[in-house]
Design a protein around this ligand. Sequence first.
Ligand code: FNR
Length: 371
Amino acid sequence: IQTERIRDCDQTRRMLITFEQWEQEARRLLDPRSFSYAASGAGDESTIRANLESFQRWRIVPRILRDVADRDLSVKLFGQTFPFPVGFAPIGRQAMFHEQGEVASAKAAAILGIPFIQSMVSSYSLEKVADAQPSRWFHLFFGHDRDVLKSMVLRAERAGFSAIVPTLDRPEEGWRAQNLSLCVSPFMFRYGIGNFISDPIVRQKYGSTLTPQTMQYLTSNPHIRVEDFRFLRSITKLPIIVKGVLHPEDANMMINYGADGLIVSNHGGRHLDGAIAALEALPSIVDVAEDRVPVMFDSGVRCGADILKALALGAKMVFIGRPYLYGLTIAGETGVRHVIENMVADFDLNLGMAGLKHISDLQPSILSRNS
Ligand code: FNR
């Protein structure tokens, strides 16, 4: 890819290669409310900053003279082999950023051959996105209505989704001050109803005109408890990958209750201001999981070295969030591919520069922690 980029430089005068460039371009293209919905975080955004800073605390200690010409980034997870250990984090309401929304992102994921987690609050229905991507996992928020939850899970099974990803770190919407001051909530609501207006149980119980209040009722529930997870476990045999774990005791609890995988994440700092950086939480969760289930990671991954550090600290797969959303904004499916390809090319080179050939060679011992 690096060779291709150098060749392309003869043809174009400027390319967008870094996260800062993608973000800046997306800010230029989007209206302020949409950009704020993507970029902002809870409270004074200290958790967004903590996520980014946490990657700088770890430095890579490279080895030399190790013939790193043939590198292998592939990873096997849930019975499938992926060409590299990178996937798409669930991001809702993607038609706000590009008219093709999740369909474009899922097509990019299909071409890259990596997992796409479709948000429950996607703009397009899961059936529509299913046609675009063979390796797809379906994300859930727990709302107040178990009939709706069950209906969505059964639809996902019928449409060939291969895992269910409940996000458990968000009993309610976070206090996103920037979004509140721009009145983002009433604006964003209509972009997130794709799975709901097409659901027979939703139509039967709530009618075909959904309000922001109904959507809130169906996608948030501050009463959520372990029993809700047990209910989910009882209605599906698909692997359940729990997203939003930061405490080792919760990780242990979820494994004991039948989770098949964990995603260490603080939701990109969007809900709990002041939460621990996800990367800081990763090692203790990897320890407690003891290889019983794969531990995966998101929150703050911006470049190849970040991917490398999260894998070295024990993540089996790293999910990309805002970077691909900005790629989608800039150029739809092509933009999403461009972002992921650049991040993976950067990661691949970093692996070689560190003196390693396989992602299984990535161990905590290749990192040094700054005080
Ligand atoms: C998200 N994220 C998210 N997570 C989730 O479980 N369900 C969802 O519907 C959404 N929606 C969503 C929308 C937008 C605009 C963003 C930016 C993020 C969180 C996402 O899956 C992931 O955890 C974060 O994006 C990771 O942080 P970074 O790397 O994007 O900063």
